[in-house]
Design a protein around this ligand. Structure first.
Ligand code: SF4
Length: 121
């Protein structure tokens, strides 16, 4: 039987210019997630909710893999990504755990991602 896929972490950083992420040290967070947590890998995308983000999702999403997405409001994420996942043959509601990491310290964001990754069975 194939080994269970580990979750993948995607950080969407809102172009890097959004004040909502100004309290976050992106590289400290991403290196912590990829180095310390039980993920397949961790990546950064600058702006998932625009056309090139849709194209990225279309190329990138695989069935039966969990994606933890750190970004903005989970309700907004669902609206913005659900169709792109479906177009890619995925299922947003089954595959994604979305986290709102805005206005957080780096430590708080690391803790939130850690709890989420550890909660995935
Ligand atoms: S998905 Fe959310 S965090 Fe990412 S660019 Fe769009 S609004 Fe910003």
């Amino acid at each position: 039987m194939a080994e269970k896929q580990k979750p993948r972490f995607i950080m969407c950083i809102c172009t890097g210019q959004c004040p909502g992420f100004s309290t976050l040290n992106l590289w400290e967070l991403i290196n912590y997630v990829r180095g310390e947590l039980d993920v397949e890998y961790a990546i950064v995308h600058p702006q998932l909710c625009v056309d090139d983000g849709d194209r990225f999702i279309h190329d990138y999403i695989k069935p039966n893999v969990k994606y933890v997405i750190g970004a903005c409001d989970p309700k907004m994420q669902r609206k913005m990504f659900k169709d792109a996942f479906a177009d890619a043959g995925g299922n947003y509601d089954e595959q994604v755990i979305s986290l709102d990491l805005r206005n957080m310290s780096t430590q708080d964001a690391m803790n939130k991602v850690k709890e989420t990754i550890e909660s995935i069975k």
